[in-house]
Ligand binder design. Structure first.
Ligand SMILES: NC(=O)c1ccc[n+]([C@@H]2O[C@H](COP(=O)([O-])OP(=O)(O)OC[C@H]3O[C@@H](n4cnc5c(N)ncnc54)[C@H](OP(=O)(O)O)[C@@H]3O)[C@@H](O)[C@H]2O)c1
Length: 335
């Protein structure tokens, strides 16, 4: 196969996590990358050009009028207006458009084995903040559906919609996947949920590689961007295998009695899902895998997550997980 010619790529964001990983991967492959962001969250990767924009401002994209890009990547989290503005300015001429959506678009969060084509929630063309999302958890998925629809309508035949599940790895600010390797490095007795549940994740580096490849190959369609399905027990045992720690399984009822919740937030066990959401981590990964999404080996994913954890500080206050005192309290109740 001949060498692909360099693309001119616009990445909205590019200063943190997913969009930064995409920009870095595109630069690494020799593409000409412009990152459009405020610069508040961090710096754009070396080799990318930073265009300072604030998408909250009127005429935020005026500086992009008349520009043409071979590929655009938009990760707008909760703003249909941001998506619509970008499409209005760049949609007519862009060669290819990636929109990073979410597994949260699906209406049914219980049934395993779903894939694109399964029903999604009603779209809401809204503009929301994190506080709005806390007050109305359904808003996030609804705005993603409206955003996806806008991209598909404007970019017929050029739209690549990726719906990630849990994203892990360097730059993750959610403190979820990283809790486990960070906890196992401390060793000793570790509380783990004793549940029959599946889990899925996608490493941000694998996701970024696939998004850049998708742009290079003009991949179109809608995909769940997730890795293989596996049991939560097996995943935690796999992560723990590189460390000197003893897993102490605790039943869901006992965890609830001890005030420990699932998934995210303070006093939780991350990756453990509430029963009403177990389907979100059990989607069919075949569609994306066949379209080129690779899943790096677990030890590589763990090493990336742990390096990021160490950079943040293993003893920092966390957004998800148990503190040592909370864990000791739970262990005291079960032993
Ligand atoms: N994290 C997960 O597990 C997960 C799961 C499923 C789906 N997703 C989706 O994955 C995508 C990536 O999420 P992420 O957390 O990595 O965020 P990201 O999209 O990579 O980062 C947000 C970017 O938006 C920029 N930004 C924020 N406010 C801005 C403004 N007013 N004007 C211009 N730029 C602005 C930030 O740059 P500045 O602050 O520097 O301006 C930053 O570079 C999102 O679409 C999310 O919904 C995430």
């Amino acid at each position: 196969m001949g060498r692909l010619s360099a693309m001119r790529m616009l990445v909205f964001g590019g200063t943190i996590f997913v969009s930064k990983a995409v920009a870095a991967e595109a630069v690494r492959r020799g593409h000409d990358v412009v990152c459009a962001a405020r610069g508040t969250s961090g710096e754009v990767p070396d080799g990318a050009t930073w265009l300072r924009i604030d998408r909250e401002e009127p005429d935020a994209l005026a500086g992009l009028a008349g520009e043409r890009f071979d590929a655009v990547v938009d990760t707008s989290i909760m703003s249909h207006a941001w998506v619509a503005d970008a499409l209005a300015v760049l949609g007519a001429t862009a060669g290819h458009w990636t929109f990073v959506s979410s597994i949260s678009v699906y209406a049914d969060e219980v049934t395993p084995g779903q894939r694109p084509g399964a029903p999604v929630v009603e779209p809401r063309a809204a503009h929301a903040t994190l506080a709005d999302r806390d007050a109305d958890p359904g808003l996030y998925g609804a705005i993603k559906v409206a955003s996806e629809n806008a991209v598909r309508d404007a970019l017929e035949g050029r739209a690549f919609i990726v719906r990630p599940g849990l994203i892990t790895g360097p730059g993750d600010r959610s403190d979820r996947f990283g809790y486990w390797p960070a906890r196992f490095t401390r060793g000793g007795r570790v509380v783990v949920p004793d549940v029959e549940q599946e889990i899925q994740y996608v490493d941000v580096r694998d996701l970024a590689e696939w998004i850049v490849t998708g742009a290079e190959q003009r991949l179109v369609g809608t995909f769940d961007a997730i890795g293989p399905r596996c049991g939560l027990r097996d995943l935690l045992a796999g992560i723990a295998s590189g460390f000197d720690a003893e897993l102490v399984p605790v039943l869901a009822g006992q965890l609830a009695d001890a005030g420990v919740g699932p998934w995210m937030g303070p006093r939780t066990l991350p990756l453990w899902l509430p029963p009403e959401s177990v389907g979100i981590a059990a989607h069919d990964p075949a569609h994306a895998r066949e379209a080129g999404l690779r899943a790096r080996p677990l030890d590589d994913a763990v090493a990336g997550a742990l390096a990021h954890e160490r950079a943040l500080g293993l003893d920092r206050p966390r957004k998800a997980g148990l503190t040592p005192a909370e864990e000791a309290e739970v262990l005291g109740g079960v032993s």
